[in-house]
Write a protein that binds this ligand. Sequence first.
Ligand code: G3P
Length: 214
Amino acid sequence: MKIFIDTGEINEIREANALGLIDGVTTNPSLVAKSGKPFRALLDEILAIVDGPISAEVISTDCDGILREGRELAKIHKNIVVKVPLIPEGLKAVKIFTAEGIATNVTLCFSASQALLAAKAGATYISPFVGRLDDISTEGMTLIEDIRCIYDNYGIETQILTASARSPMHFVQAAKIGSDVITAPFGVLMQLLKHPLTDIGLQRFLDDAKKIKS
Ligand code: G3P
């Protein structure tokens, strides 16, 4: 399973990249706004750090506007993936981007039927938001299972990108189901590494090491 970091914070991207943890980056307008940086400047900084797919989201909601923005974004670098909302105008644009060889990440997916339609439009990635489904008392990971089943039934190549992941359990479940990619905030990636028995065990080894005769 590939791991992307879901953030607009350059220090987090740099640290996760140095740890060798990440294969790519996802951003969205909320994360870009939080970074306090202009969108283009932020993308340039990310592109200089990570050599992998970088999702950059359009903010137009009509097909022509999405095409205009997406083509500009795709021109910046071959690693840019144009992130498009899962709305009818978005799917029209995805079909055209696909024909033009522009990679897409179809975002704000909350149902298996939406995921099937995005795949039919040729989406490179589909981003089901598991955490936001959990927020409304619906089991988000069931959606990943359903999409995996449907895509496998028909040999669909669109990659499942588990998004809105909020915990290590989302991560482990996504891997067990066979999600192609997961994107998670820096804090969740760090939580994946932690285990109290690792810390306790290390401390004991270090204490005992002091008793070794030289
Ligand atoms: O990639 C989508 C993700 O950023 C949404 O996460 O936590 O805002 O639901 P969240």
